[in-house]
Design a protein around this ligand. Sequence first.
Ligand code: CUA
Length: 330
Amino acid sequence: MTRRPATALALLLGGCAGRQSVLNPLADQASALHGLLNLMLMVCGVAYLLVLLFLGWALWRNRRRLTDEVEVEPNDRGLKLGLGAWAGIMTLGIAVLIAASFLVDRTLAQHDRAAADIRVTGHQWWWRLEYRDPAGGWIETANELHLPANRPTRIEIRSADVIHSFWIPNLSGKIDMIPGRTNHLTLTPRQPGWVRGQCAEFCGAQHAKMALDVKVDTPEDFAAWLAGQARPAAAPSSPAAARGLDLIASGTCASCHTIRGAVGGGRAGPDLTHLASRRSLAAGTLPMTRGALGGWIAQPQALKPGAEMPATGLAPDETLAVVSYLESLR
Ligand code: CUA
């Protein structure tokens, strides 16, 4: 084997094991679907091989008689038997696939009646996430979904504007987010770590920049994370951060964003209470760094044209003050 095909094969197999791949199932739901995929490939593969085998056999058997006269004996017992066996094999294969699909569908729907733990709402182009608070009510965050491992989490799926599709390939199949309708999905992840989700329905100019970071936590880490998200924002710890908070509260930011305990009201955009605890910005578009935050606040339309976030019109020193405050929101 030369080096190039080896590299191509390594890349191909590497792609299968990724953190955004249906071929690397990390939850019960994805494992059930992966098993069904393997069974379908096997049944259809065997049928395909049999067709090729019989075709080759027929051609070889009649290799000397290349005329278009086909002689069929009306009462050829062998032919009748062969056709009967073929129809039987095909019917059996299809019956197996129907039964397996039905069983997998039951597996995916087995928690359908339980109350939701999380609400996910699709927006152009970000994700509103609300967690049921053990103390009552809902805790809001955005764009980074945390799930506890080894326990079914029931998710309500909605849309605020157009049709989106919620898809975390390593955890389950995709499900549409339809305005005016609530869909349900259960996820039982088995392995702590990061995976990546993506909107899977074209929903406008920035559909490609509607990604979702997903972190599967151990149950203890999840409880600690949720308790952290439930807390109000920390008070500014430096003069620059205090100035940033003033600018946010008195400017246009507050009409769209909420920072619990500091800036209230706006719900048009993502909740920023613990913004800096997330690993990315603008639905997976940028890393959560000081530079990216500054760039996003100064020129959101240059980074994600068409997004609802307008340029703030802040002076450079004001932008830096706002960044100082936002990056303290852990
Ligand atoms: Cu939302 Cu595509």
